[in-house]
Design a protein around this ligand. Structure first.
Ligand SMILES: Nc1ncnc2c1ncn2[C@@H]1O[C@H](COP(=O)(O)OP(=O)(O)O)[C@@H](O)[C@H]1O
Ligand SMILES: [Mg+2]
Length: 457
């Protein structure tokens, strides 16, 4: 039971107020009384948790009072008391948000029980909300690290879409670019933040089960369906469904998803009636869906429906200016996690890391820093703390000699030229790319006459 809950008893009959108040005080609640609708509304801001509300009041009718209470604070529980409830009034009151209907004359034990159950529900609801708020915190917009123009644009776009009524969003980008993160940022910064975020990876669920995972099934829909089951779309009502790897969804299910996106309605597997829910669908793929459409693997109509709001998560190699910031971000993260006090990556390490291709994008940065931090002994992370830099050097041994042979001098010159171009004529970086030290690259620059052209004044 919720301690010190305050209950407002609203009834024009003094005797009813008195008997309710006495019982509820005996149950341990604070009780406030009001003889009219207006008197009730005057008290509603006084930290009321629950209202026992007579349906028939002398001044304002109960439904109107209910509505105004809910407008003031939707968390206040209202139990309506009435001598003559019709089905219609009951339905209307429930729609507005009444918790329960109690018939007059009532039994005090029943009321007492209903009140304690109702308060338990709010208590739970509050706890869930607090939990969700603490969950949401890690997904503020600034969780998306990076100050490059590309990342600023991305954050701006997510900000716009999060607060928009858009019901479908498509996130595209290579693996590790932040699609999962973006989906959560979208959810936890939207009006839907207090409702569920559910997430399913289409490729991780066997084809035969995916439909029932998403849409649920009726009892007996298939051999193992012993009980009716609500699918993810129902569970997420009011919230967000994140469909990861949408490109892996099989065509029959694509058709059902399209219908859902267009009509907001679906049938459970084995079901015959439509179920309506309100969810935002955020789909993600690291595949080129257009190519999938052309190859006949993905429905064109679904692609167009999803592609109304496409958001591209850029590959890290296209915004390498964010690399130092990302490294610092993860150094901080793992300092906290591992109770270390590493100061960052050394300039040499950063220089070399910048030349690495990052096929695994930001996820790879995270993993590389985590690993380096686990093993590092010094205050700064050095190139030797990043094994991916070493394997990159070894990779260069793998160039096969063509059948017609090569001109080694020409080949060497060409590689040095490329390294200089790629590093913006930074000799240290070019040397790293070629596995040379600074003297060795200087020697070759001079040998091939590759001195940096004098920049125009
Ligand atoms: N812009 C970013 N700033 C900080 N961390 C990021 C960023 N983008 C992605 N990450 C992190 O990188 C990892 C991979 O991101 P994720 O969203 O799982 O990528 P994807 O779903 O595209 O494969 C996660 O740990 C995520 O928190
Ligand atoms: Mg992902």
């Amino acid at each position: 039971m919720m301690r010190n809950a305050t209950i407002l008893v609203v009834d024009d009959e003094q005797l009813i107020r008195w008997s309710l108040a006495e019982r509820l005080r005996a149950d341990g609640y604070e009780v406030v009384e009001a003889p009219t609708g207006q008197a009730a509304l005057d008290r509603i801001a006084d930290g009321i948790d629950l209202v026992l509300l007579d349906y028939k009041l002398p001044d304002i009718d109960g439904v109107t009072v209910l509505r105004q209470i809910k407008e003031h604070d939707a968390d206040i529980l209202v139990i309506l008391l009435t001598a003559f409830a019709t089905v219609e009034t009951a339905v209307e009151a429930m729609k507005i948000g009444a918790y329960h209907f109690a018939n007059k004359p009532f039994n005090l034990d029943d009321i007492s029980l209903t009140v304690s159950k109702a308060l338990e529900t709010t208590q739970l609801r509050r706890e869930v909300r607090m939990l969700r708020a603490s969950q949401a915190q890690p997904y503020a917009f600034d969780r998306i690290v990076g100050e490059s123009p590309a990342m600023n644009r991305l954050r701006e776009m997510l900000r716009k879409v999060a607060s928009s009524p858009a019901s479908t969003v498509l996130l595209t980008g290579e693996s590790g670019t932040g699609k999962d993160l973006a989906a959560k940022v979208l959810h936890f910064n939207s009006q839907r933040a207090n409702r569920p975020f559910v997430n399913i990876t289409c490729s991780a669920i066997p084809e035969a089960l995916l439909e029932s995972e998403l849409f649920g099934h009726e009892r007996g829909a298939f051999t193992d369906a012993r009980q009716q089951k609500r699918g993810l779309f129902e569970q997420a009502d009011g919230g967000t469904v994140f469909l990861d790897e949408i490109g892996e969804m099989v065509p029959p299910l694509q058709a059902k998803l399209l219908r859902f996106l267009e009509e907001k309605a679906f049938k459970r597997v084995g079901g015959s009636h439509d179920i309506k829910v309100d969810v935002r669908v955020v789909a993600a793929t690291n595949r080129n869906l257009e190519a999938q459409v052309e190859a006949g693997h993905f429905r064109e109509d679904l692609f167009y429906r999803l592609n109304v709001l496409p958001i591209l998560l850029p590959a890290l190699r296209t915004h390498l200016d964010d690399l130092p910031t990302l490294v610092t971000f993860y150094v901080d993260v793992f300092n906290r996690e591992f109770r270390k006090s590493v100061r960052g990556a050394s300039p040499e390490a950063l220089g070399e890391l910048r030349l690495y291709g990052w096929p695994g994008n930001i996820r790879e940065v995270r993993n590389a820093v985590e690993r380096a931090m686990l093993l590092a002994e010094g205050q700064w992370l050095e190139p030797s703390d990043f094994p991916l830099l070493a394997s990159r050097r070894q990779g260069a041994h793998g160039i096969a000699l063509p059948a017609e042979g090569v001109d080694l001098e020409q080949l060497e010159r060409s590689l040095v030229v490329q390294a200089l171009e790629r590093s913006g004529h930074n000799q240290t970086r070019a040397a790293t790319l070629l596995g040379l030290n600074r003297d060795q690259i200087r020697y070759r620059i001079e040998k091939f006459g590759l001195m940096k052209p004098a920049s125009p004044a």
